[in-house]
Write a protein that binds this ligand. Structure first.
Ligand code: C5P
Length: 221
């Protein structure tokens, strides 16, 4: 699997790349790896790190032979491509996961892998949207209000047959998620149930929510 962790984390304002920002005393990258390896079905993992933090990422991964670290690209898609180039051929299934979703639980990884194995070439986890969502133009004029029932908030890990992901990235186009590229190249994408713990840590407020979630887990345990 490819764990993209090369973002700068400017919106988080932690003074370091987001993957290294502490959540309950441990870097987001440590939490993310815990979820990844909690799922016994993940084999080789490529961490795509900021070029300034390749060594630090290697230190965090320790001597684990299942993990390689490479430097990321200018945007998320370029980082995924860098990860693909370093990824071993496991079983033909590739997961792409954002380190920003550091609390994604092991069962979410397993659910996505299961859905790909069941014959879906591209699988994304999604949650029902509770806000009403509007499409707006650059001046803030509302253009449309899509039916909320048909909307899902999409998370990672996203799972793909390797050739589908490689084909999607072959054009060198950028997107905010990999499934979007699969859609653009005519592929079918299937949504499975997401998980509220896979929230994306982008701002300090997200970090506060993640802290509360994690403390709940710790106290519950
Ligand atoms: O910027 P954004 O929050 O959408 O990034 C989503 C994920 O992509 C994060 O986990 C971030 O580390 C990763 N990323 C990356 N390389 C970049 C930009 C973002 O690996 N150049």
């Amino acid at each position: 699997m490819i764990l993209v962790a090369a973002g700068s984390g400017v919106r988080l304002g932690a003074g370091m790349p987001k993957a290294f920002a502490p959540l309950c005393g441990e870097p987001l990258l440590v939490h993310a790896l815990r979820g990844v390896f909690g799922c016994g079905e993940v084999g080789h993992v490529v961490i795509v790190a900021p070029s300034s933090h390749v060594h630090q990422s290697r230190d965090i991964a320790g001597q684990d032979p299942r993990v390689d670290v490479v430097a990321g690209g200018v945007d998320r898609s370029a980082s995924v491509v860098a990860g693909l180039a370093a990824l071993h051929d496991d079983d033909g299934i590739v997961l792409v996961h954002d380190v920003a979703r550091a609390l994604a639980p092991a069962e979410l990884f397993a659910r996505v892998i299961r859905a790909v194995r069941a014959g879906n070439p591209a699988v994304v986890p999604g949650l029902a949207v509770t806000d009403t969502v509007k499409v707006v133009d650059a001046d803030g004029r509302v253009l449309a209000t899509p039916d909320r029932e048909s909307l899902r908030g999409i998370q990672t890990p996203q799972g793909f047959l390797r050739e589908v992901l490689e084909h999607a990235h072959a054009g060198g186009v950028s997107a905010t998620d990999d499934a979007g590229l699969v859609e653009r190249t005519g592929g079918q994408v299937r949504v499975v149930d997401g998980d509220h713990r896979a929230l994306k840590v982008t701002t300090p407020a997200d970090l506060a929510v993640a802290t509360a979630l994690l403390q709940d887990v710790l106290y519950a345990g």
